[in-house]
Design a protein around this ligand. Sequence first.
Ligand code: NDP
Length: 342
Amino acid sequence: AAAAKAQMVKAIRVHELGGPEVLKWEDVEIGEPKEGEIRVKNKAIGVNFIDVYYRKGVYKTDLPFTPGREAVGVVTAVGSGLTGRKVGDVVAYAGNPMGSYAEEQILPASAAVPVPSSVDHKVAASVMLKGMTVHSLLRRCFKIEEELTWRMQVEAGHTILVQAAAGGVGSLLCQWANALGATVIGTVSSEEKAAQAKEDGCHHVIIYTKEDFVAGVNNITSGKGVNVVYDSVGKDTYQGSLKCLASRGYLVSFGQSSGLPDPIPLSDLAPKSLFLTRPSLMHYTATRDELLESAGEVFSLLSSGVLKVHVNHVYPLSEAARAHADLEGRKTSGSIVLIPDN
Ligand code: NDP
């Protein structure tokens, strides 16, 4: 067989761990897709906090690497052994593998899902990783026994606390939880973010940089506490999050934007018989069926208007460093998208 033809594309590369400045704009070689793989020309790339963790070394990978775990693009080549995939298909992926901060990339076809033609590329690149995360948080992680019956998801009658409610995940989480009928309390750092959280269906918003959120939640719930806290802030909030829970409540710790939380002694759960889980999207989209089910729900809620995506920040791919600085600097709300130059 003829040797695979190598081609150069531009990508963001990380050669050393560090601040946003370690994101370098370089030429990289890309070959032809192997069996079961597709090559995709990216149209829009989602920026997620996980990209920051890898850049800083909070999560580990080998150097050098191309960051990014979410993109939408057009298939430019199809490897052998694949049926039902063709050049020109618009697909999206979120999760594994890493490497979406690139003009073009190679993926296992099993990681990609078709994107409905009605969905804008920037919106699709904002909603795969974050939306499927929200699906798992609301509809898979949380289960509670009430009046001798198991409730399998957040629903009417539940009160929930969402930390960083105006963030990319937070915004979708509040909208979806509101649509499921829950009473939603959100925390944010500014008046501007508070306005977005209200628009997204938060019934109560606490500006946690000005007000003690534990006291705020206590007040709102008349001392009862909430059934579940969705905490992606980590170090700065997890202790307060535990205090906000009602008896038999859930702490869903799913991120650490402010740093890794300290270990929680099991005995801290005992006074209220609390549950603690630390979910990761990968495990909730591990099979092809789970992936299609999760992405399908997200796209269906988008098309019915239940979810509205705020693509508040768009940067050229070559300026990914600026996107990271703004995300870490708490300057962003909603989603951040990178657009390749050509
Ligand atoms: P966000 O848009 O939510 O950005 C992070 C937000 O966290 C900031 O805007 C800020 O909101 C808040 N924050 C509080 N303290 C800090 C701090 N010290 N530094 C930076 N930000 C801080 O990001 P994403 O939507 O991409 O991700 C949200 C979280 O969800 C992340 O922690 C991410 O790791 C996690 N996640 C986990 C997944 C999983 O599978 N477990 C999957 C996807 C996301 P404010 O200014 O209002 O305080």
